[in-house]
Design a protein around this ligand. Structure first.
Ligand SMILES: [Zn+2]
Length: 119
């Protein structure tokens, strides 16, 4: 699902994307300048190796995600520390954003139930 950034207005534009057992549901809304706000909820299950015993397990995920998408290079003139993802083709690729969120969660430290209980 690709959304053309310049078509995003102050009226929230809903999206709902699935990847395996994960659901990424939220909306895009025009913020200011080149910035589009993305607010979503990421929920479902991820299969990843336990960081303690290396056994694969299902991690339950339920997270709020909030960041900005910049239509082109983002210049931080105001020196506000914002979480910005730059887009260079004028589109927001929701599947791609979902995949990078999933990779982010996978790179965190997580132990399976057995390991976290024995600690
Ligand atoms: Zn484990």
């Amino acid at each position: 699902m690709k959304i053309t950034l310049r078509k995003v207005t102050k009226t929230p534009l809903d999206f709902d994307v699935k990847s395996d057992e994960m659901t990424f549901k939220g909306y895009l809304e025009y913020h200011s300048g080149k910035l589009i706000l993305l607010k979503a909820n990421l929920s479902g299950f991820l299969t990843k190796p336990c960081d303690t015993c290396a056994e694969e397990f299902k991690l339950s995920v339920n997270e709020k995600v909030e960041f900005f998408i910049s239509d082109g290079i983002y210049e931080d003139d105001n020196r506000i520390d914002l979480d910005v993802v730059e887009s260079f083709d004028g589109n927001a690729d929701i599947e791609e954003l979902l995949n990078s969120e999933i990779e982010l969660i996978k790179s965190d430290y997580h132990s399976c139930n057995e390991c976290s209980h024995s600690n």
